[in-house]
Design a protein around this ligand. Structure first.
Ligand code: ADP
Ligand code: MG
Length: 263
């Protein structure tokens, strides 16, 4: 085969894959139980690359469980979850692959308390990805600058405020160069004055085109950043809409009740 033909095929292939690769996450008829408790019921969700989705809903509705299924911190029992083209099964290799693509930020930061901020940010890149220390440190510094705390690099998590620790947690995730970022109520453990600084970092991240799924009740953030708000109740996706319609014109009674309680 001539070089020209070979490169044509390559070009064709990349074209063929364009539609597939536009999808970041696809969930089809997914069900999950904790023992006898049916926690997620027939979940269907397609997230396109670069989309920013806010997940809202009352406590206990299954929001955390849903996003924990997406990076395989939890298993589902029925249906499909496909993340970046990788179907999540019980295959451990797949789980590893997926964790490389997906970063997660939790309510309670989950930094390693005995490691410095810099060490928190370089640990996984060095030991999971095999990146040389100097390079991992340079990348970490870049992200610490982006979250506006480069001067804290040599401190320990306990010496930082909650808002600063959460910004480190975001930087640490980004150091693994993920394609998708999951956030589970990243500001709900923070004092009001620190919420803004964390949301600002998340807004900046959204502007870079990152695919984001955020469980949050920060409605200002949702209106500013989300393409779509998904409302969950009792393990189901009850309704979804663009933020303005979601907040100003909720359809379902349960959505109206929820919004009346939080707004
Ligand atoms: P949310 O994040 O919306 O508050 P969760 O996903 O944390 O909801 O929880 C959904 C439901 O599943 C709740 O009723 C919760 O008590 C239950 N649940 C969560 N984790 C577990 C678990 N590991 N084992 C059993 N039940 C759980
Ligand atoms: Mg939760």
């Amino acid at each position: 085969m001539s070089e020209v033909e070979a490169s044509d095929i390559k070009a064709d292939r990349s074209k063929m894959h364009v539609s597939d690769t536009d999808v970041a996450i696809e969930i089809n008829s997914m069900n999950k139980w904790y023992g006898d408790f049916h926690v997620l019921k027939d979940i269907n969700l397609k997230v396109m690359k670069g989309e920013r989705i806010v997940i809202a809903g009352p406590s206990g509705s299954g929001k955390s469980t849903l996003i924990r299924c997406i990076n395989r911190l939890e298993e589902h029992q029925q249906g499909e979850i496909i993340v970046d083209g990788i179907e999540l099964t019980n295959d451990l290799k797949r789980i590893d692959e997926v964790r490389r693509e997906v970063g997660m930020v939790f309510q309670h930061f989950n930094l390693f308390p005995h490691l410095t901020i810099m060490e928190n940010c370089t640990l996984a890149p060095m030991w999971v990805r095999g990146i040389p220390k100097a390079e991992a440190e340079a990348t970490a510094m870049e992200y610490l600058e982006k979250v506006k705390i480069p001067e804290q690099a040599d401190k320990f998590p306990g010496q930082l405020s909650g808002g600063q620790q959460q910004r480190v947690a975001i930087a640490r995730s980004l150091c693994m160069n993920p394609n998708i970022m999951l956030f589970d109520e990243p500001t709900s453990a923070l004092d009001p004055e620190m919420i803004k600084e964390v949301l600002e970092v998340m807004v900046n991240l959204a502007e870079t085109g990152m695919t984001m799924l955020c469980v949050t009740h920060e409605m200002g953030f949702a209106r500013q950043v989300a393409n779509r708000v998904i409302f969950m109740d009792q393990g189901q996706i009850i309704e979804q809409n663009d933020p303005d319609n979601f907040f100003d014109n909720p359809q379902h009674e349960r959505t109206k009740l929820f919004l009346s309680q939080i707004l």
